[in-house]
Design a protein. Structure first.
Ligand code: NAD
Ligand code: MG
Length: 361
């Protein structure tokens, strides 16, 4: 098992990573949550695959456990779903010392976290992420919330979990496409803050993608460490935390243009990383070799390395909609080298469009 600490003072918490941790969840939570009542929030797919293992472990440790499923899919990451969960909390007689445990991907984690942040003004929250994306990204850092019909993640809070338990075995049932999508965020994390991880992906990325336990544990731990390091410095995104959005300005534009239907988020980020590198060649003098190395990682994982063709005007509008923007400037996070990146607000939109045109095909 590997342990990564998120050092946030009185809200500090451990992330535990390893194969088979689900069956130790009970003992791990015994010293973590205050009371003995737990509501597991999950969905039908994950519950059928992994729910019983978690419940058994929690019950063995003396917890009284209720489970509530939410419907699968981004469409259900909305306030009505949280409202149904409040009913489940009341029905299960959860009190101030009870805990919510999120068992699932990023959607379950974001929704369950918002529930925990708001039920009785905040009860203990634990993340048990079961997708690669949620293990390397969304379960760490305390952003929780739901979508509004006018925009993604418009309603939410910063609410840190008490513990994150990552059982890499749960990825054995994850569809291959979801593994690849999560891997897109892994490449992003390596590029923005971890040259050693980047080199490891170049030699051993295939091991990660075929879910070799040791490779997975290392990669998940490295990603959590980098994200924790950023969040420790800027928990509420007043500046630095924005670097976690490397590749996302282009990626979000692509998701917008394709109506969030064609690409998984991590796929859009993967091609977005190539675009960010290419743009950084012009703006920051990033060596061309870095762009090639990123492109190679993206291609080796079977992630998209090209943008689909859209008129430049559509791309311009989509880029201008990104929520990181202040006024009419488009913010780009660009790498200056492997493991270093900067937030730039004065990049020429024309140059970005030129890069997109080049990568279309
Ligand atoms: P997801 O939660 O939809 O999971 C993907 C699919 O995999 C779902 O169908 C799910 O039911 C299924 N699944 C989950 N675990 C499984 C398993 N072990 N075996 C088989 N199937 C399994 O998607 P995601 O990519 O994990 O998360 C995306 C969400 O995360 C988005 O809503 C995004 O906004 C959010 N997010 C949040 C943060 C944050 O900081 N809070 C960061 C990044 C993304
Ligand atoms: Mg992302």
């Amino acid at each position: 098992m590997t342990r990564v600490e998120v050092g946030l003072g009185d809200r500090a918490y451990p992330i535990e990573i390893g194969a088979g941790l689900l069956s130790q969840a009970g003992e791990r939570l015994a010293g973590t949550v205050r009371g003995n009542k737990i509501l597991i929030v999950t969905n039908a797919i994950v519950n059928n695959l992994w729910g019983e293992k978690l419940r058994q472990s929690l019950k063995k440790a003396g917890f009284s456990v209720a489970t509530k499923e939410i419907p699968d899919g981004e469409d259900h990451k909305r306030i009505e779903t949280v409202a149904a969960l409040y009913d489940a909390c009341v029905e299960a007689r959860l009190n101030r010392t009870s805990a919510v445990v999120a068992l699932g991907g990023g959607i379950v984690g974001d929704v369950a976290g918002f529930l925990a942040a708001t039920y009785m003004r905040g009860i203990d929250f634990v993340q048990v992420p079961t997708t690669l994306l949620s293990q390397v990204d969304s379960s760490v850092g305390g952003k929780v919330g739901v979508n509004h019909r006018e925009g993604k993640n418009l309603i939410g809070a910063f609410y840190q979990p008490k513990r994150v338990i990552i059982d890499t075995d749960t990825l054995s049932t994850l569809p291959a496409r979801e593994v690849r999508a999560g891997y897109g965020e892994v490449i992003k994390t390596a590029l923005l803050g971890d040259p050693a991880l980047f080199a490891f992906l170049e030699t051993s990325g295939a091991d990660v993608l075929r879910l070799d336990a040791a490779a997975l544990r290392r990669v998940v731990a490295d990603c959590c460490r980098t994200k924790a390091g950023v969040v420790e410095q800027d928990e509420r995104e007043s500046g630095l935390r924005a670097i976690l959005n490397l590749g996302h300005t282009f990626g979000h534009a692509l998701e917008t243009l394709t109506g969030y239907q064609t690409y998984r988020h991590g796929e859009a980020v993967a091609v977005g990383l190539i675009a960010a590198c290419r743009l950084a060649e012009f703006v920051l003098g990033l060596p061309e070799t870095v762009t090639s190395r990123v492109r190679n990682l993206v291609k080796a994982a079977g992630l998209p390395a090209h943008f689909p063709a859209f008129p430049a005007e559509d791309w311009r509008k989509a880029l201008a909609m990104d929520k990181k923007n202040r006024d009419d400037q488009v913010t780009f996070i660009l790498p200056g080298a492997i493991g270093q990146c900067r937030v730039l607000t004065d990049v020429s939109l024309g140059l970005a469009l030129q890069v997109i045109e080049e990568i279309q095909g």
